[in-house]
Design a protein around this ligand. Structure first.
Ligand SMILES: CC(C)(COP(=O)(O)OP(=O)(O)OC[C@H]1O[C@@H](n2cnc3c(N)ncnc32)[C@H](O)[C@@H]1OP(=O)(O)O)[C@@H](O)C(=O)NCCC(=O)NCCS
Length: 398
């Protein structure tokens, strides 16, 4: 049967405000966070008949309790999508939502369906990292990985050992800039448009509404310098230059370009290529370097073609290692212009779609930019990169 690969577009993305683990969402179920995102996507895109959604892929790293029960399917049902809409759960740790997008995009590209919802959730308050895991003893006994590979903060300290020129001061400066960029983005109303308010409740205060991220903070180089290094005595990784522990969900509409045009859905970004790779698990933070090289190679592009970068800030050292590798300055305005996970938070499996949603908004503001990329490091030693084309591109260098 003759078959053509179809172009796939990112139509729209939303997220809940991200909470601190055990903070504003302490009494909110993880699946309810996803359901809010799916409902909001459908509300914002009334041109899309619900029965045209043909797949719902939702990622979670810990797939038990309110993040279990094949969350893509159950969240779709609870969000009010027709019972005929299937769904599934997906896991690639921090890159869960990114993998949900690339997976449904691949299904669309090969013609299995036209319209999908992809996203992710992590309620790290209800499901702390490592909950219920039972690593095969062979992993350690046969020295398949160093034991530190299972503690993400320890992998960041390991990475510091490999890149001694990246000082603690430099990581703190990058972290401070992330906080400052996010504060500025909030002040300028850049982030609010994609946030889905969530009703919250606690015994002391009754009902409330979560409408902004809980994690960003006012800080300084002096304060950052005083923080403890919980992953190694006299180490370099602190609560200030790492992403925190967070609760939140994201969802995006991923659609065949011809179907988006048929339905009159807006085109936020066009998928160009993606790449996932494995690296040494004990320095998982380097993952986005080879995954970006792979995605660039597949696309036939070079790093100089990329006009906007949304890099997940799991740890400042890991972003700085990426920037150094590609010869990009720490304060390059193309990189995380609205700050990143160090300020906003990183509810593991949800973050990939936050990066994409922000990149889509930035594309609309930057018609001179043709290509952008989203990239993140992934636990157990992986990296993931997705390259996107700006549909608003009006010609120019990049
Ligand atoms: C680093 C980590 C262990 C810190 O956890 P925590 O101790 O619960 O963090 P807190 O928010 O309580 O911060 C610790 C202290 O630093 C302070 N702090 C945190 N960020 C700060 C900042 N930017 N400026 C000033 N102070 C800050 C807090 O106020 C707190 O102070 P206190 O002890 O006086 O109350 C945790 O955030 C972590 O594990 N992060 C990595 C998550 C991860 O691995 N994700 C996956 C990536 S692959």
């Amino acid at each position: 049967m003759p078959r053509e690969v179809r172009d796939v577009v990112f139509v729209d993305g939303v997220r809940t405000p991200f909470g601190k683990a055990g903070g504003m969402y302490a009494n909110t179920r993880a699946d309810d966070l996803v359901i809010r995102c799916i409902r909001e996507l459908m509300r914002r895109n009334p041109q899309l008949p619900p029965e045209r959604v043909e797949e719902v892929a939702i990622a979670a790293t810990t797939q038990i309790g309110d993040q279990g029960l094949t969350i893509g399917r159950t969240a779709a049902l609870l969000a009010g999508l027709p019972k005929t809409v299937p769904g599934f759960a997906i896991d690639r740790m921090c890159a869960g939502a990114m993998t949900a997008v690339t997976t449904v995009a691949s299904g669309i590209a090969m013609g299995a369906y036209d319209v999908a919802i992809a996203g992710g959730v992590e309620h790290m308050g209800r499901h702390p990292m490592g909950e219920g895991v039972d690593p095969n003893p062979r992993i350690i006994a046969e020295k398949l990985v160093d034991p530190s590979a299972l503690v993400m903060g320890a992998t960041a300290e390991n990475l510091h050992d490999r890149v001694p020129h990246i000082t603690k001061e430099r990581t703190d400066a990058f972290a401070l800039a992330s906080q400052q960029k996010t504060a500025k983005a909030y002040a300028n109303g850049k982030l609010q448009g994609d946030l889905v308010p969530v009703a919250i409740r606690d015994e002391a205060n009754g009902w409330g509404l979560a409408s902004v991220d809980e994690a960003p903070r006012d800080t300084s180089m002096e304060k950052l310098a005083t923080l403890k290094t919980p992953f190694r005595p006299h180490g370099k990784v602190t609560a200030g230059n790492a992403a925190g522990l967070n609760d939140g969900a994201t969802a995006a509409l991923v659609v065949a370009e011809d179907t988006a045009r048929e339905l009159g859905l807006p085109i936020g970004m066009r998928l160009v290529s993606y790449g996932f790779v494995g690296v040494e698990p004990e320095v998982m933070g380097v993952g986005p370097i080879p995954s970006t090289e792979k995605a660039l190679r597949i696309a036939g592009l070079s790093i100089d073609d990329i006009g906007l970068f949304e890099l997940n800030e799991a740890f400042a050292v890991q972003v700085l290692a990426f920037l150094d590798h590609f010869g990009i300055a720490d304060d390059d305005p193309r990189v995380n212009p609205w700050g990143g996970a160090i300020a906003i938070g990183h509810p593991l499996a949800s973050s990939g779609v936050r990066l994409m949603t922000q990149l889509a908004r930035q594309f609309a503001e930057h018609p001179e930019v043709r290509y952008g990329l989203t990239a993140m490091c992934i636990g157990i030693g992986m990296g993931g990169t997705v390259i996107w084309e700006n549909p608003h591109w009006k010609g120019g260098d990049k």
